[in-house]
Design a protein around this ligand. Structure first.
Ligand code: C5P
Length: 311
């Protein structure tokens, strides 16, 4: 039996621009993504079946049995879960090569990152399973190879692989979100994340976003340079998420939450992450962030404080 403990970090989008529609129906993006200190705990246990259990190796039917447990009863634990999909993908590609044969993979997920929130919680879990199986099965895949596998699971998975498997904490992502330019310098701030009591489907937001004409777009090159120089005026000026156009119009509570952050806390900037509904505020100190978090919680929102984990 072998086991591994991993941290699956969440992310925020410091900016997000939609630059076109692709022939496959996906959208071309330009987005600066930043790892945050909030993470889910992933514990994986691999129990290969011994040759005896397999009938002295004569058994023809070999396979991987996957068991997922989470602390969120409403989460699916079958093929609909990205962690499950990631395990299936690894078995399909490398099961034979790694000689893993039959066995049981138990994955326990302790979720701290809100679900369907625009924080890549599910994508991070998928990324952790790719990284975990690479180690448990001694596959020797590098980060680039794991990112390409991640692409098959979802647009945010390659970024999650990058920030879990390397020292990078931020990247400029283009293409579907899978073409990554890792950034040597990332944001060094405190944040408060809050979400209204519902999820927003990424698919729904992208399905409608072409009907909107954004007047303001982030200059992501400037944003990246601002991060490199530690110039937060430039960074904040370019913290724009064009997906807000749809979500804020159709989900009034998200708009209200943005207003609350701006009016009741000393946030340097307030933005929605990904397709929402999570809204985050940026703060210079831990003290400010903790106080802002209390304020938002006192208004009965689910809220967390975290750091952006910058280097
Ligand atoms: O890749 P992921 O599964 O996270 O995407 C969810 C949905 O969001 C996709 O099915 C697609 O409809 C939409 N999407 C998009 N363009 C992107 C990323 C996602 O249209 N770059």
């Amino acid at each position: 039996m072998t086991e591994i403990h991993l941290r699956a970090y969440g992310k925020i989008n410091l900016s997000l621009d939609v630059t076109g529609v692709r022939p496959d129906g996906f959208h071309d993006l330009s987005t600066v993504m930043q790892r945050i200190s909030l993470y889910d705990r992933i514990h994986m246990v691999w129990e290969p079946e011994s040759p005896n259990q397999e009938g002295n190796g004569l058994q023809k039917e070999k396979g991987l049995r996957i068991r997922i447990r989470t602390n969120r009863p409403y989460l699916p634990t079958d093929e609909r879960n990205l962690a499950y999909k990631a395990a299936l993908l690894m078995e399909e590609r490398f099961g034979r090569q790694a000689g893993v044969g039959s066995g049981q993979l138990s994955i326990s997920i302790v979720k701290n990152i809100p679900v369907a929130a625009g924080l890549a919680g599910g994508s991070g879990n998928g990324a952790a399973v790719l990284i975990g199986l690479n180690r448990l099965w001694h596959l020797g895949l590098n980060t680039r190879q794991l990112c390409s596998l991640g692409e098959e699971l979802g647009s945010d998975v390659p970024f999650c692989v990058l920030v879990q498997n390397t020292r990078y904490r931020a990247a400029l992502a283009t293409g579907r979100g899978e073409v990554l330019r890792p950034l040597r310098k990332s944001m060094k701030k405190y944040i408060v994340l809050a979400k209204p009591p519902f999820g927003v489907s990424t698919k729904e937001v992208f399905r409608h976003i072409d009907e909107y004409h954004a007047e303001c777009h982030p200059d992501n090159q400037a944003l990246v340079q601002g991060l490199a120089a530690g110039d937060y005026e430039v960074v904040c000026r370019n913290m724009i998420n064009v997906l807000e156009l749809y979500t804020l119009e159709h989900y009034e509570p998200v708009k209200k939450l943005k207003e609350i952050f701006a009016e009741k806390t000393p946030a340097e900037k307030v933005l929605m992450s990904g397709s929402g509904p999570t809204v985050f505020g940026i703060y210079s100190s831990e003290r400010e962030a903790k106080k802002a978090c209390e304020t938002i919680r006192s208004l009965r929102y689910e809220a967390y404080w975290a750091s952006t984990d910058g280097r």
